[in-house]
Ligand binder design. Structure first.
Ligand code: NAD
Length: 299
């Protein structure tokens, strides 16, 4: 039976690991949180006492951690010293490109095959096994990584060599942040001009302004019933997470010398939203900040 070590069982990791169990794999789980480990046990996983113990004898090692520092530490202290040399190492966290490349270089120097494989899709896709994975790894290793990720995925795309998965993720999310602000600005302007929001949606969704932020995730309540705007912006993709990804994009732009003026403006607007106390709301709540209807904590 394929044995999977899964490290980081938070909002995303817990559903992803459960889909590995459903696929008939043995999952050995580790998280710093005792609650997360207890939940993992209920879902049919075997809790481990440490990350090092979890990875021993595993065929696949998956990490789903908050940021680059956590991934670097766990690789250095637990995975590389304890994993089998033929294990596949996959980091699904969203982290900076430099950390992804550092971890991959260290792994490859010790003879491991590794991939950065960040995901698109939130907790619902994690639970439903319908995430999109953007994979950075050597081309010849991709088929095996693809097989390892299948129980958690709707789509698995090889983005290029190590770090390319993270690069694709931050470029995509910078585009998403900018397009959500642009869609929100357009709704706010339409309102100021006395144009009915539904009428604006009906026209723009069939005209050249059409984009995912408008037709799949409309920030104005009403036109897209499943969007978080219809439930007071609860759930969905937290504004604080969007800010994290925009910061990663700006750091990468600075280190690579790429001009991203709108990415910079988007980061500033999401910083204001998060500082104002709305980091846990869905990121489409930026519409209400632009309309001036959102109380902002100004400390
Ligand atoms: P989370 O904070 O809910 O989960 C992270 C988990 O990692 C926590 O349970 C924490 O206890 C655990 N952890 C931290 N350090 C650890 C260590 N050293 N050893 C073991 N466990 C440790 O975060 P999340 O929402 O699950 O996100 C995880 C990653 O996925 C992030 O990089 C995030 O940017 C990315 N992501 C999140 C979403 C989303 O909608 N939540 C969507 C796409 C990508």
């Amino acid at each position: 039976m394929t044995r999977v070590a899964f490290i980081g069982l938070g909002n995303m990791g817990s559903g992803m690991a459960a889909n590995q169990v459903k696929a008939g794999r043995e999952v050995v789980a580790f998280d710093l949180s005792a609650d997360a480990l207890a939940r993992a046990k209920e879902q049919g996983m075997k809790p481990a006492a440490s990350a090092g113990e979890a990875v021993k004898d595993s065929d696949i090692v998956i990490t789903m951690l908050p940021a680059g520092q956590h991934v670097r530490d766990v690789y250095l202290e637990a995975i590389l010293p304890n994993a089998r040399k033929d294990a596949l190492l996959i980091d699904c966290s969203t982290i900076d490109v430099d950390s992804a490349r550092t971890v991959s270089r260290d792994a490859s120097m010790q003879g491991f095959r590794s991939a950065d494989a960040p995901v698109s899709g939130g907790t619902a896709a994690a639970t439903g096994g319908t995430l999109t994975f953007m994979v950075g790894c050597r081309e010849q290793d991709f088929p095996e990584f693809e097989e390892a990720l299948k129980p958690m995925a709707k789509a698995i795309i090889h983005a290029g060599d190590s770090g390319a998965g993270q690069a694709a993720k931050i470029c995509n999310n910078m585009l998403l942040g900018i397009s959500m602000i642009a869609t929100s600005e357009a709704f706010a302007l339409a309102e100021s001009l006395g144009l009915d929001a539904q009428k604006f949606f009906d026209i723009s969704s069939k005209a050249s302004g059409q984009c995912w932020s408008m037709t799949s995730y409309c920030p104005w309540p009403g036109p897209v019933p499943a969007a978080p705007s219809n439930r007071d912006y609860a759930g969905g993709f937290a504004a604080a997470m969007m800010l994290k990804d925009l910061k990663l994009a700006q750091d990468a732009a600075e280190s690579s010398g790429a001009p991203t003026p709108l990415g910079g403006a988007a980061e500033a607007l999401y910083s204001e939203l998060v500082r104002g106390g709305h980091g846990q709301k869905d990121f489409s709540i930026i519409l209400q900040m632009l309309r001036g209807t959102l109380p902002l904590n100004r400390e």
